[in-house]
Design a binder for this molecule. Structure first.
Ligand code: NAD
Length: 300
């Protein structure tokens, strides 16, 4: 079994590190938060005093940090100067494509192999070990990272070279944000036009308007499979995180010279929802802003 450094034991990283320990790996865990370190110890990891202690002698180094600035500094200060040459470096955080490529280039210059491996799936999937990983990096890096990632997820997909995992993640989430906003406003209109919403769902879910946002995660309580809408939009994927991903997508679009009007509109809508206090609400809860007459007690 491998010796694995895990840095960033928050909502996502806590469950991921626990799954590596459960699989029999020796997990050297570090986070700035004492609470996170305590939880990691309760789940079979070995808490250490700093990131350098975690990475020294590790076969694999996994990071799950809030944003690009954290990733850049942790790799520059602790990981790259101290990692063994044989170690595989795996950043699972969602960050901007440019920073992902810069950090990988610095690791490569130091003779290290690094992949970006952001995830699809939220806290429940991190706890259950059912995440989907989108991996950017060389074939060699992907093959080294795969057995580690498989202990934390149900699917591990090689998206392309360095940064491709982050690119796939933000493109997917831009589409998700736009289709969720469109699904929410469509159901609000259907209701105002006097349609029975279950009947409209039965029609549209089998017609050309169908999307994942409708048939797997319907924002209307009591319609479609069980989803956060049925729990007053609690749990699931927080609107603040959807906004973060939309901002990353818009920055990437600007850099790449891509025209993304629907993504831009989705970013504006989620910004407004977060400003109105929706940051911690599941992203399907945007229906409550689109039609403020919407009530979660419309179930059934
Ligand atoms: P979080 O804020 O709960 O956890 C981040 C952890 O990193 C915190 O415990 C923090 O103390 C720690 N940290 C910050 N700087 C550090 C440093 N220098 N050294 C050590 N530890 C440090 O965030 P999260 O919800 O776990 O998300 C982590 C990443 O996963 C983000 O990039 C997020 O966008 C992405 N993501 C989150 C979800 C979700 O549903 N929460 C889903 C998919 C992807």
């Amino acid at each position: 079994m491998a010796k694995i450094a895990f840095i960033g034991l928050g909502n996502m990283g806590g469950g991921m590190a626990a799954n590596l320990a459960k699989a029999g790996h020796e997990v050297m865990a570090f986070d700035l938060s004492e609470d996170a370190l305590r939880r990691a110890r309760d789940h079979g990891c070995t808490p250490v005093d700093d990131a350098v202690a975690a990475v020294t002698g590790a076969d694999a180094i996994v990071t799950m940090l809030p944003a690009g600035t954290h990733v850049a500094s942790v790799y520059a200060d602790s990981v790259i100067p101290n990692a063994d040459k044989h170690a595989i470096l795996i950043d699972c955080s969602t960050i901007d494509v440019a920073t992902a490529r810069e950090v990988e280039a610095k690791a490569k210059d130091a003779g290290l192999t690094m992949v970006d491996a952001p995830v699809s799936g939220g806290i429940a999937a991190a706890d259950a070990g059912t995440l989907t990983f989108m991996v950017g990096g060389s074939d060699e890096g992907f093959e080294k990272a795969r057995p580690i990632l498989e202990k934390m997820g149900k699917a591990v997909i090689h998206a392309g070279d360095a940064g491709a995992g982050q690119a796939a993640k933000i493109c997917n989430n831009m589409l998700l944000g736009a289709t969720m906003a469109a699904t929410a406003e469509t159901f609000a209109l259907a209701q105002k036009l006097g349609l029975d919403l279950q009947t409209f769902y039965d029609i549209s879910s089998k017609a050309s308007g169908q999307s994942w946002s409708m048939t797997s995660y319907c924002p209307v309580p009591g319609v479609g499979p069980d989803s956060p809408a049925d729990r007053n939009y609690q749990g699931g994927f927080a609107s603040a995180l959807m906004l973060k991903d939309l901002k990353l997508a818009m920055d990437a679009a600007k850099t790449a010279g891509a025209y993304t009007p629907m993504g831009g509109e989705a970013e504006e809508l989620y910004q407004r929802f977060v400003d109105l206090g929706g940051a911690g609400v599941d992203f399907s809860g945007i229906i409550k802003m689109i039609d403020d007459s919407w009530k979660s007690d419309k179930k059934g």
